[in-house]
Design a protein around this ligand. Structure first.
Ligand SMILES: *[C@@H]1O[C@H](CO)[C@@H](O)[C@H](O)[C@H]1NC(C)=O
Ligand SMILES: *[C@@H]1O[C@H](CO)[C@@H](O)[C@H](O)[C@H]1NC(C)=O
Ligand SMILES: *[C@@H]1O[C@H](CO)[C@@H](O)[C@H](O)[C@H]1NC(C)=O
Ligand SMILES: *[C@@H]1O[C@H](CO)[C@@H](O)[C@H](O)[C@H]1NC(C)=O
Length: 255
């Protein structure tokens, strides 16, 4: 697949209809079990885009998609007394450093990012026996990440960091064809003077049996938690199908 040139998109800018398959239609009713969740999001982020959101905090971001988190679709900070303990995951350390780095603050205490993810999401995932310890939770996230192997999928589809633009629908189609499910894709909106959105995050959804499923909400399910990631004034949101999409190879980009 070839990146498409910007000029094809000039008309498209004006129809900034945000894709709403995720924000959408089903507001669940009768969901009277506040702590039950139905699916897990495995979020990958593109380190270059994360760095673009907070340029002062980054040096040499990895040039592959890394893990942001494994998130139940419901609940946050479900058990404040279950403290993160890095010793519990010492056997996973080399994979954790490689696949789940703290892209920002790389020079600071690396374990803070993992602690944050555990406190906020991991403690909610533990209702599932397969995830009821820190080792199981982080280990499963790494396992799913390797299983998905997003980096090779994108390469096989010819989607590489580039200074040209992609069509969001092409990226979506390639992923859907490869995985049989539609992931949730988030972008950084164009800044002033920019024409394109920047791809930042790709989330795959899993059932409680760890089967891939669509991220769309089914009847009777709670609305997906909006895991917007905000850094300063910059925020990721569902990518638009109509804006040209930039997949940057470097933090300092063209305008
Ligand atoms: C919260 O975590 C503590 C410490 O691991 C545990 O003893 C307790 O059972 C947990 N509570 C719930 C509701 O899971
Ligand atoms: C952290 O986990 C290790 C290994 O399971 C355990 O020996 C240690 O007591 C724990 N530390 C705390 C503060 O709970
Ligand atoms: C790093 O963070 C962990 C978890 O919050 C903490 O236990 C550890 O003491 C910190 N290490 C340093 C060097 O600050
Ligand atoms: C996911 O959605 C696509 C398109 O909406 C559909 O064709 C496919 O069957 C769905 N897959 C699953 C596993 O539900």
């Amino acid at each position: 697949m070839k990146p498409v040139k910007l000029q094809y998109w000039i008309l498209g800018w004006f129809s900034m209809a945000l894709c709403c398959w995720c924000i959408s239609d089903e507001f669940s009713q009768g969901d009277n079990q506040p702590h039950t969740w139905k699916k897990l999001f495995l979020a990958h982020h593109w380190p270059v885009t994360v760095c673009k959101m907070s340029a002062n905090d980054c040096q040499d971001p990895p040039d592959y998609w890394t893990i942001h988190g494994l998130w139940p679709d419901k609940g946050e900070e479900c058990n404040r007394t279950w403290h993160f303990n890095v010793t519990e995951i010492k056997d996973l350390m080399s994979d954790m450093r490689h696949y789940w780095p703290d892209v920002l603050h790389s020079s600071l205490n690396r374990t803070q990012f993992w602690k944050h993810e555990w406190d906020k999401h991991g403690t909610c995932a533990t209702t599932l026996q397969a995830l009821n310890s820190q080792k199981k939770y982080f280990g499963k996230a790494l396992e799913l990440y390797k299983h998905i192997d997003l980096n090779s999928c994108l390469l096989k589809a010819g989607i590489k960091p580039s200074s040209s633009y992609y069509r969001m629908t092409d990226i979506k189609e390639a992923l859907t064809k490869f995985y049989g499910v539609t992931p949730k894709i988030q972008c950084l909106l164009p800044e002033e003077g920019e024409k394109a959105q920047t791809i930042g995050q790709i989330e795959f959804c899993f059932t409680k049996e760890f089967q891939l499923r669509n991220c769309t909400t089914l009847k009777g399910e709670s609305d997906p938690v909006q895991h917007a990631m905000k850094l300063g004034t910059k925020e990721l949101s569902i990518c638009s199908d109509t804006l040209p999409t930039y997949y940057p190879s470097e933090v300092q980009d063209h305008k």
